[in-house]
Ligand binder design. Structure first.
Ligand code: 5RP
Length: 222
């Protein structure tokens, strides 16, 4: 079993009958959704809120019930992947382009668990390019602001065209290498008109499950 699968399988232990579950996006969540579908076939009763079209399609194809976030007052538990996590359980997300819905779902959740392989647990955030979701209108001007700030922006592409998120926006990835103060940076970037969301997830994860070779390590927020 690879590390992503190990972390995903472990996270299943946190799911209880009757829960409203938030399902993240990505290749680690793929293992979770498949394992969850097996548990549901064996009698587990849960309803799920999805963070992307990709996850909704997969979940529905496996017989998992997906409901709208607006139908529930809150989500009991959200399980999602991450691109980088530090020891304070702050992280970068959005490598798969689902950061906006992922953050909305996480903020509506009583508890958030991230499932990651060991390469994602880092000393300092920033090697992974920081995704910023921006509205297409005037996005070149936001891009220029990032360039002037020295943030090394790149517009995410899908072939020759701009990558478009599930909400019809574009993504600008910032190659920062080191993020000294992730809270300050999140606030600064979010203030720019045209920015919809930033892939910095500060003080959101409660638990991180790290897959390590043949075992898992669980880190909880203190
Ligand atoms: C998608 C995300 C993913 O959770 C993140 O990119 C991790 O993906 P993977 O599990 O495929 O490594 O934030 O927007």
């Amino acid at each position: 079993m690879n590390e992503k699968q190990l972390a995903a399988e472990k996270s299943i232990e946190f799911i209880k009958d009757g829960m409203i579950l938030g399902l993240g996006t990505g290749s680690t969540v793929f293992f979770l959704v498949n394992r969850l579908a097996e548990s549901i076939k064996q009698g587990l009763k849960v309803k799920c809120v999805s963070t992307s079209n990709q996850t909704s399609t997969l979940a529905k194809s496996l017989g998992i019930e997906i409901i709208d976030l607006n139908e529930v007052a809150y989500i009991d538990l959200t399980i999602d992947g991450a691109d980088e996590v530090d020891k304070n359980l702050n992280g970068i997300k959005g490598g798969g382009g689902a950061l906006l819905f992922e953050k909305i779902v996480a903020k509506a959740s009583m508890k958030v668990i991230w499932i990651v392989d060991s390469s994602k647990f880092v000393e300092q955030l920033g090697k992974f390019p920081l995704p910023v979701e921006v509205v297409p209108f005037g996005s070149n001007h936001v891009f220029r602001k990032f360039l002037e700030s020295g943030y090394n922006p790149t517009k995410r592409k899908n072939g020759e065209h701009n990558f478009i998120t599930d909400s019809g926006n574009e993504i600008i990835d910032l190659q920062l290498n080191k993020i000294e103060d992730s809270i300050k940076l999140e606030n600064e970037v979010k203030l720019l008109p045209g920015v919809v969301e930033v892939g910095l997830f500060n003080n959101i994860a409660d638990i991180v499950i790290i897959g390590r070779e043949n075992s898992t390590e669980i880190i909880s927020r203190v």
